[in-house]
Design a binder for this molecule. Structure first.
Ligand code: SF4
Length: 601
């Protein structure tokens, strides 16, 4: 079928073997590629109930049918596994330049199982896999590891045109439950701990090389479509805003709405927002827009800090979510200091959203006398120190899942919010769903985000439906409950298909249903209307839900944490349990599931 290679690569690290297998067209037609195909394989191949850090847990890399084409926003890959952070389904995506190298290996999906006997760098190319011992790279931070991997394995004797690497940092090696996989220095598959799964397999890096291209059903139509979109994009206000401000524009928008999580989720407005917003970043630092391949939005911010103790620090970022996590939750009132904490997380290989949440949680624990540890709101140096302790917990046996005294704060936080909340008897205030901390949109103001956090398969996630867009742009009143699930599902279905193609969701305004149909037809040849596309999205949602139910997901795993049902301080905004129940009931019914969110067939 056009748009696909029709090949899966399966790697067994324990045996140092691999196989190349075909994929049936009917599976591709039903699930498309990317998230759809990877989720189907995760369901089929993962042993039910497997420990996420067990060698048998699959670590799946996927690109999509649009990868490598001229479609804008198409340079992305996804990672799929069972999450060590939540114990449920895990997906995480990243852009940059490397996704085209992954795709050039000529596989729709790469499934990695087993565990290497020694630290290893995998080399993947169209003919198969090379296993390189790499003990001396183990222990390096992500940037050094990337440099070392390119220097040693980046050339190609076979003359392949493309080459790209993904790496983990010390956090992934030490099985920190929210460790990331990084590429292009600053691009991360950031959520749900995919880096810890890679670390548990003793894979420090994967180098992808190749020269394969997907065959397109109608290459001329793809090129014409891209030309049309780039012309439309020129005058699109959203596109212009991404280019001029990146995601940092959200600081003002969300703070104005009163939904900017502040002081560990107790307030929705941040007093120092003007010191950490888009203007602060662009006026105080040297910033240039930076784009993934095949992108004219260029939301990335290549930043150089110009003033103060971090002058000279260069990074891509900080993005909105990092600003909220450290600037809002931890009350850091300087954009340069947030950039500094961002850089530490990048080098150690940790998700900044979870890291910021956990630091603020530790601050609350210290203030409430639950731990004897010197840290407080706004204390950058203590937070920086804590990040290093988390990434390098002193007792690796405990990090792997062993029991013990857990006297060290790094050991405790490395195992995630659920574990820390139990250890410190603070479950009453811990903010997470399924073990994943939410991003920077308070659901007491943006109530549809509450539905998204509760029902997202990977835990409290903003990206599956990006419903903040609907609620902040006036498409629907954020406070309304009636009828909200219907619009939410429309967003979620369309973006599920984005993930099956693996498209950047910041193109969502430029690719409504009609454009999505055009993309799918020109790439794969499938004649689809909106209804059949919604059915495909539904089939993908079903297989992921089937996976989570098999892994023990209960109705209580799709609730908001208690503290998000308490009033926001100062404004009194609230989302009640009844409001959430109402939206959940509507949503499950629209999905064709029963009142507990279970599949009926
Ligand atoms: S909008 Fe941002 S994340 Fe999306 S493709 Fe462009 S640069 Fe990458």
């Amino acid at each position: 079928m056009d748009g696909f290679y029709g090949r899966i690569l399966k790697v067994d690290l324990s045996e140092e073997t691999y196989s190349i297998e075909p994929i049936r067209d009917e599976i591709l037609e039903k699930y498309l590629g990317g998230k759809g195909l990877a989720s189907y394989l995760l369901y089929e191949l993962n042993p039910p109930g497997v420990d996420p850090l067990d060698p048998a847990n699959c670590l799946i890399f996927a690109t999509g049918p649009v990868t490598g084409s001229a479609i804008w926003g198409s340079c992305r890959y996804g990672v799929f596994t069972k999450s060590p952070q939540t114990g449920f389904y895990s997906e995480s995506y990243a852009g940059g330049k490397v996704p085209e190298a992954i795709d050039s290996t000529g596989f729709d999906v790469i499934v990695i199982q087993g565990q290497s006997a020694v630290p290893t760098v995998l080399g993947i190319h169209p003919e198969g896999v090379d296993f390189h011992e790499a003990g001396d790279i183990w222990g390096m931070d992500t940037f050094k590891a990337e440099d070392a991997v390119y220097e040693r394995f980046g050339h190609s004797d076979a003359g392949f045109k493309r080459s790209g690497a993904v790496v983990i940092g010390p956090a992934g090696e030490n099985l920190v439950r929210f460790a990331v996989i990084e590429n292009d220095y600053w691009r991360s598959a950031g959520r749900t701990g995919v880096g810890a799964v890679m670390g548990s397999k003793r894979i420090k890096a994967v180098v992808f090389q190749g020269d394969r291209k997907r065959s397109l059903y109608d290459g001329n139509a793809v090129r014409a479509f891209s030309k049309k979109i780039s012309l439309e994009g020129k005058d699109n206000p959203g596109a212009k805003a991404y280019k001029s401000m990146g995601t940092t524009m959200m600081v003002k928008i969300v703070n104005d709405a009163g939904a900017f999580p502040t002081r560990y989720w107790s307030e929705g407005k941040c007093e120092h927002w003007e010191k950490i917003n888009a203007d602060a970043l662009h006026e105080r630092c040297q910033v240039t827009p930076r784009a993934c391949l095949k992108c004219f939005l260029a939301c990335g911010r290549m930043t150089t800090v110009l003033q103060g103790r971090h002058a000279g620090l260069k990074l891509e970022g900080p993005e909105y979510e990092t600003i909220y996590a450290f600037g809002g939750l931890c009350l850091i009132d300087s954009i340069e200091e947030i950039a500094y904490l961002n850089d530490i997380c990048d080098r150690l290989g940790m998700d900044t959203i979870s890291a910021g949440n956990l630091c603020a949680f530790a601050i609350e624990a210290a203030r409430r006398g639950k731990i004897d540890y010197k840290i407080d709101y706004g204390d950058v140096d203590a937070i920086a120190e804590l990040l290093k302790k988390i990434a390098n917990p002193p007792n690796p046996t405990l990090a792997k899942g062993g029991r013990g005294d857990f006297e060290d704060i790094g050991d405790i936080l490395a195992r995630g919010i659920k574990f820390a909340a139990r250890e410190w008897d603070l479950e009453d205030i811990a903010v997470h769903v399924k073990g994943l901390e939410p991003p920077g949109y308070d659901p007491r103001v943006l109530k549809g985000m509450g539905l998204g956090y509760a029902t997202s398969d990977r835990g409290a996630c903003h990206l599956r439906a990006t419903f903040y867009k609907a609620e902040l742009s006036g498409m629907i009143d954020p406070d309304v409950i009636e009828g909200k699930a219907e619009l939410f599902m429309d967003f979620e279905d369309r973006l599920t298909l984005f993930d099956a193609l693996i498209l950047c969701r910041f193109y969502r305004d430029l690719y409504p249903w009609e454009q999505l149909k055009e993309i799918i037809h020109s790439v794969t040849g499938l004649d689809v209307d909106q209804k059949t596309l919604q059915e495909k999205a539904g089939a993908i949602s079903d297989i992921v839900r089937r996976f989570n139910l098999r892994e023990g997901m209960k109705p209580e795993d799709e609730r908001l944490p208690k503290s998000l049902h308490r009033k926001l301080e100062k404004t009194g905004d609230i989302i009640t349990e009844q409001e959430l129940d109402h939206m959940l009931k509507d949503y499950y019914s629209l999905r064709g599931w029963n009142e507990s969110g279970q599949l009926t067939s």
